[in-house]
Structures are given as structure tokens and as C-alpha cells.
Write a protein that binds this ligand. Structure first.
Ligand code: PLP
Length: 407
């Protein structure tokens, strides 16, 4: 038996097993929407195999691109290997991936219930609370999962580190509380470079691939790593509902994976420097970053290989100060999304977490930073310039009033 390859190697080499046989080196892009059928029998058998969630038979056909696409499948194979999973299934967005996970686990009779650990990304919180998918959701804290499980619970949803305030949830402990109920972990913030939920007992590791996996802000996509049998259930939903990842997106994601470990390590290095700078700044009331609290419950040490490149902070001057800073940075782009090579700043309560009910919404004084690959001294200088616009450390009384109004 050969030793397993290092993740850095898998990132560069994964999902490329068939290229040499094709006589090509770079990833090919297959844009065919339909594919030749060998004959009616084998065409029909291929259709049947894929419509029920399987792979195209060796002597068959891929039939139609809603059922199978080789460019997408190569990206899925690479991601599955990075996540230590048997398989992965890619979707048109992170939300399409979460939708497929919920539908696949709650559409059976007597399986209508979801347990969701807060905090979650605003879109996920909203999707689960909307009732749009016909499921009923109970929200809870990480240590309340066991008490919220019901006979009709189909899936447990958890995100760690959580968007936007970087709370960590103990994946092993949640899996233990869930018992036989499948657990999906949103691994978007950590990436497979820093955390592998499948190794910790999770059933599925889900990504908004739009973020770190793509890494360049030019693809919307989602992907779920899991066992082959769970992948079959997800492919079935994908084939029926059509939430497909386009092969051009899959190509960009697969290409992006090659630099994922290097990007994540350097972005994390920059983030750590920025955190050290922020905690000494009088304009900042509190910095949220994994491990900054000394990891009292040991979760970080047990399940992550690093702290990542996302930072949240509470501004001492409240909402007004937060609004000033988002308008005053030059290098940090004031924009939602995260995980790309360029640094972004945004206000979660107003934007990414707007659909979350007030009791679970981030506070009005919280800003979220996604740290990119720019030179870290330039990034710190940019924040210092923006803080200078606040006009001193102590928020004027008018700002404190605005903060309490905004909740
Ligand atoms: C962005 C995001 C999503 C949603 O993904 P899209 O690709 O925008 O649909 C889900 N979870 C987390 C943690 C995210 O940051």
C-alpha cells in the first residue's frame, strides 16, 4: 500500500485520472448538452442508471448533460479526494446544494423535520425557515441537538466556523447527539485545507464553492462531499430539479483547486497579522477569530488545522462607525461574498444576514472581513486610514444612540 498523498498534491493532481488516456494535459471542457447513443437499449439503460443517481455505464452513454458531464465529474472527483469522501456532487450554487441536501433527506414520508444549529449563513437560515421546501425546521444551539431530534428528523444542519462571527461547533459532539440522523456540515469557511468533516463523522461536507474553492470571485457554485450512496440521492435530486453546475464553472473551480492550499495558507497568514493589529485598536470593541478566546473547549485543536482568513469585529462606534468604515476603505472592496484573492468588507446585519429573524441576526455594530492575498501591510494601512475617518477612539454620544436604535 502506498502512503496517501498530501493534500497539496491532491489539489494539483486530483480528478485528472483519465487525461493521459485522452492524450491531453490541461483540463478539457466538454460543453455537449446531448451525447450520441450507442443503441436504444444501451441508451435507455444509461438513462435509467443516471436518473436514479448512478454513474454512466462503461459501455453506455452520458445521454444528456442534466444527467452527467465529464468536466463537472472531474471537479467532483478532485473535491471528494480533498474531503476524504467517496464522492462529491456539484450544483449551480451553494444554496442549490443545500436545497438538494434538504430535499434528499426530508422528502420521504415521515421525514419532514430538520434540526439546524445557529448561527448559519443568512441564506441557509432563510431557506430553512421559509418552509419553501416543505420541511419544518427547529433551530437550536450546538449542545441542544440531541433534545431537538424527533422520530421524523431527516437531517441536522451545522456550519463551523459559522458565518459571520466564526463560532466553532464541535462536529464530533453534534454527530454523536444526532445518533442515526445524517449531519451536513457547511465547510465553506474552513475549506478542506483546514477541516475535513467526514473524518469527524459527518455524513456530508457542503461548500459554497463560490467562495474559497473558486477563489477568484467569478463562479457561483456549490458542492457536497459524501458517500457514494448519499451522492446517488443528491444526483437524483439534481437530475430532477436541474440545479446543475455549468462545465465552464466546473473547469474554473477545478483549476482553482490547484492553488487552494497555497491561497488558504497565505490568506490565513495575512488574517492572523490583521487580527493582531485589530485587537489593539481602540476603534474595535471585539474581534471574532477562531482561537482568539484561547479555544477553552479545545474544538479548534481537535477539528481544525488552522484558523482561516475570515475575521469579524464589533465597532466601538456602533452602526455609524461600521457604516463609515465600509465607505472609507480603498483596498478592501465593500461587497458581500468571501474567500477570494481580493479582500472584502461587509455589514452582515444589513446584507448577508438580512433575512435572518432579528433575534438571531448579527448585531448592528459587526463588520465581516474576508482577507485576500494583497500585501498585509497595505491592508493594515487601508484599515488604519478608514479608522482615521472615525475621528477618535470614543464614539460620540450621537453614535452610541444610533447603535442602540439599530439594535
Ligand atoms: C455564500 C454561502 C452560502 C451560499 O452559497 P451560494 O454559492 O451563494 O449559493 C452558504 N453557506 C455559506 C457559509 C456561505 O458563505
Amino acid at each position: 500500500m502506498t502512503a496517501p498523498l498530501h493534500p497539496d498534491t491532491v489539489a494539483v493532481r486530483g480528478g485528472r485520472a483519465d487525461l493521459e488516456g485522452m492524450g491531453v494535459h490541461a483540463l478539457p471542457i466538454d460543453l455537449s448538452t446531448t451525447n450520441p447513443l450507442p443503441d436504444i437499449e444501451r441508451g435507455g439503460e444509461s438513462y435509467e442508471a443516471m436518473a436514479t443517481g448512478g454513474r454512466p455505464p462503461a459501455d453506455g452513454s452520458m445521454v444528456y448533460a442534466r444527467l452527467w458531464n465529464p468536466t463537472v465529474a472531474r471537479f467532483e472527483d478532485a473535491l471528494a479526494e480533498l474531503e476524504h469522501a467517496e464522492a462529491a456532487v456539484a450544483f449551480s450554487s451553494g444554496m442549490a446544494a443545500m436545497t438538494a441536501v434538504i430535499l434528499a433527506h426530508t422528502s420521504a414520508v415521515g421525514r419532514r423535520h430538520v434540526v439546524a444549529v445557529r448561527p448559519l449563513y443568512g441564506g441557509t437560515d432563510h431557506l430553512l425557515g421559509s418552509g419553501l421546501l416543505g420541511a419544518e425546521t427547529t433551530y437550536c444551539q450546538p449542545d441542544e441537538v440531541a433534545s431537538r431530534i424527533r422520530p421524523d428528523t431527516g437531517v441536522v444542519v451545522v456550519e463551523t466556523p459559522a458565518n459571520p462571527t466564526l463560532e466553532l461547533a464541535d462536529i464530533r459532539a453534534i454527530v454523536a447527539q444526532a445518533g442515526s440522523v445524517p449531519v451536513v456540515v457547511d465547510n465553506t469557511f474552513a475549506t478542506p485545507v483546514l477541516q475535513n468533516p467526514i473524518d469527524l463523522g459527518a455524513t456530508m461536507s457542503l461548500h459554497s464553492a463560490t467562495k474559497y474553492l473558486g477563489g477568484h470571485g467569478d463562479v457561483i457554485a456549490g458542492v457536497v462531499a459524501c458517500s457514494e450512496s448519499t451522492a446517488e440521492a443528491l444526483r437524483r435530486v439534481r437530475a430532477v430539479t436541474g440545479g446543475l453546475l455549468h462545465p465552464l464553472g466546473a473547469y474554473l473551480l477545478h483549476r482553482g483547486l490547484t492553488t487552494l492550499p497555497v491561497r488558504v495558507r497565505q490568506q490565513q497568514e495575512n488574517a492572523r497579522r490583521i487580527v493582531q493589529w485589530l485587537i489593539d485598536r481602540p476603534e474595535v470593541a471585539e474581534v471574532f477569530y477562531p482561537g482568539l478566546d484561547g479555544d477553552p473547549r479545545g474544538i479548534l485543536g481537535r477539528q481544525m488545522r488552522g484558523t482561516g482568513a475570515m475575521i469579524a469585529m464589533r465597532m466601538r462606534g456602533g452602526y455609524t462607525a461600521a457604516a463609515t468604515v465600509t465607505g472609507a476603505t480603498a483596498l478592501f472592496t465593500h461587497a458581500v461574498s468571501l474567500g477570494g484573492v481580493d479582500s472584502l468588507i461587509q455589514h452582515p446585519a444589513a446584507l448577508t444576514h438580512r433575512p435572518v429573524p432579528p433575534e438571531a441576526r448579527p448585531a448592528a455594530d459587526v463588520l465581516r472581513l474576508s482577507i485576500g492575498l494583497e500585501n498585509v501591510d497595505d491592508l493594515i494601512a487601508d484599515l488604519a486610514r478608514a479608522f482615521a475617518d472615525l475621528g477618535g477612539a470614543d464614539a460620540p454620544a450621537s453614535e452610541r444612540a444610533a447603535m442602540s436604535e439599530a439594535g
